[in-house]
Design a protein around this ligand. Structure first.
Ligand code: COA
Length: 117
């Protein structure tokens, strides 16, 4: 289960967690501390996670996001995720649909490429 933590001088800026089985993977959560948002940390975490999942053999990645979470959806869509399904009323407080996103990991997306981030 890959778990990435973004750190700067001992402070945790954000994290990403996923799991995979055979050639499929799921990103379970991504979060960046409010003070460090909008600086590319979330994008770097997702890009590195895709590279790590590719290294594990995953070729397709899924995730769920709240319908109203425009910021996260924009991030994922910019990285090639597209909507493939919905789970009606999946979330609580407030009740909301989950949008299921899917991305194929490009062949060039390797751990080596992510080392440049
Ligand atoms: C979603 C989240 C992880 C993004 O982290 P971040 O470090 O701020 O994201 P980045 O700085 O890497 O931005 C990546 C892209 O996200 C989108 N984005 C980020 N902040 C945004 C904002 N305030 N408004 C609109 N789009 C935004 C943009 O598309 C941005 O790309 P751009 O900078 O080229 O425009 C962060 O907002 C967060 O932790 N949110 C709460 C937890 C959450 O919703 N997690 C996702 C659960 S599925």
């Amino acid at each position: 289960m890959p778990f990435l933590v973004a750190e700067q001088r001992g402070a945790v800026l954000g994290y990403a967690i996923a799991h995979w089985a055979a050639d499929e993977a799921e990103i379970l959560n991504v979060g960046v501390a409010p003070a460090y948002r909008r600086q590319g940390v979330g994008r770097a975490l997702v890009e590195r996670m895709l590279a790590a999942l590719h290294d594990h053999g995953a070729r397709v990645v899924y995730l769920e996001v709240r319908e109203s979470n425009v910021i996260a959806r924009r991030l994922y869509e910019s990285l090639g995720f597209t909507e493939v399904a919905r789970r009606a009323r999946y979330y609580r407080r407030p009740v909301e649909d989950a949008v299921i996103l899917r991305a194929a990991i490009p062949a060039g997306q390797t751990g080596q490429a992510s080392a440049k981030l």
